[in-house]
Design a protein around this ligand. Sequence first.
Ligand code: ZN
Ligand code: ZN
Length: 187
Amino acid sequence: MEINYKDKLPDTLVRELKENQELCPDCEGRGFNVDEDGIIICRRCRDGIIKKCGYCGEEIKSICSCKESQEERILKKKEDATKRPLGYLVENQLLGFDPFGKTYLPVQDIRLATSDWVFATKAQTLDLDAYTIFEDACHHLHESVWDSINGEDIDGLQKHLDKFIERFQNHKTYYPDETIWIPIKGE
Ligand SMILES: [Zn+2]
Ligand SMILES: [Zn+2]
């Protein structure tokens, strides 16, 4: 059976181009190409349109990895974040995170940051939960094991675990907290 699809295609298409958008050079804005096998969806574009980075001009699928584009995303996150004074880091014994230099800075070295502000951080310490440990350990065992573990067993183990947790209190792992930004100069 032969189907004449060419008659079904419109003669012209209207493409609205937004900022930093261009017609795809591979399909000339159609979104597809026609060859002897029929209609082939264009792999390079979406609906005939390609997107370019507003900073470096590179063709991009979603976000660009160039410096300017990364900086714009950092500043956007700062806009959405809450401002706190430097004392926030001191009170909570946290490091500052310099998003441009991608470095963690203790309060006394905070002025080494690339710009005049930093993000706060979150600190994670060793976390050992008796209930979770029992639960994980019993996961592949017969239900009778889990059923016979009682609250005293869990409390007893937790007491031991708390001693470990106490010992490793000062071993903190820091993560950037992009919900809080902190000015470091002049304020
Ligand atoms: Zn295309
Ligand atoms: Zn770019």
